[in-house]
Design a protein around this ligand. Structure first.
Ligand code: CTP
Ligand code: MG
Length: 163
């Protein structure tokens, strides 16, 4: 049976990683302008990241995540979660481009979990490290959170694709 204590623990888990979620969401609202990769291509001749990954989106994500951490009185956590989330998303994009996938093409699992895996890994270097239960919980709950928030962003015409 799910108890009130379980629900509270889950809410606390989401709260602990909130800077990563909001860092990942910020570029959807604030992105645009010059591409982060400067239009450069990799050895395969394909874009390094793609023109949709922008300087403004990247900086806004790091700023928003850090600001959330500051509000939570955990600025270093906020910064690490933000850099991890934005970095994880960029790593996924880099590999998608290597596989010849167009920007926005769905890449199940990587699209949903790439940002949070790197965010959790990076923030875990600062003691105290999270328990395994916490890590598993955040990875599992990120799948529906990502799905629902992206669906809403798409319905609100903020995103081109619902994933
Ligand atoms: N964005 C940005 N800068 C970033 C990350 C994202 O400007 N560093 C913007 C993108 O332009 C995109 C939106 O935020 O319109 C959502 O990003 P995301 O869903 O990660 O992009 P995808 O379309 O899924 O691209 P990819 O195929 O590379 O995963
Ligand atoms: Mg994506």
């Amino acid at each position: 049976m799910v108890t009130a204590a379980d629900v509270l623990w889950m809410a606390e888990t989401i709260y602990l990683y909130l800077p990563a979620y909001l860092a990942n969401a910020a570029p959807v609202l604030c992105g645009g302008g010059s591409p982060l990769d400067g239009g450069r291509t990799w050895r395969d001749g394909k874009p390094l990241l793609g023109s949709h990954k922008t300087v403004r989106g990247t900086l806004s994500g790091i700023a928003v995540g850090t600001a959330v951490g500051l509000i939570q009185l955990a600025p270093l956590r906020g910064l690490l979660l933000a850099v991890g989330a934005i970095g994880g998303d960029l790593i996924v994009s880099f590999f998608k481009r290597r596989l010849g996938m167009e920007p926005g093409a769905p890449s199940p699992v990587a699209d949903q979990l790439g940002f949070i895996v790197v965010a959790v890994a990076l923030v875990s270097v600062v003691p105290p490290p999270p328990t395994w239960e916490r890590v598993v919980a955040i990875l599992v709950v990120t799948v529906p959170i990502h799905f629902i928030t992206n669906l809403f962003a798409w319905l609100l015409k903020l995103k081109k694709h619902p994933w």
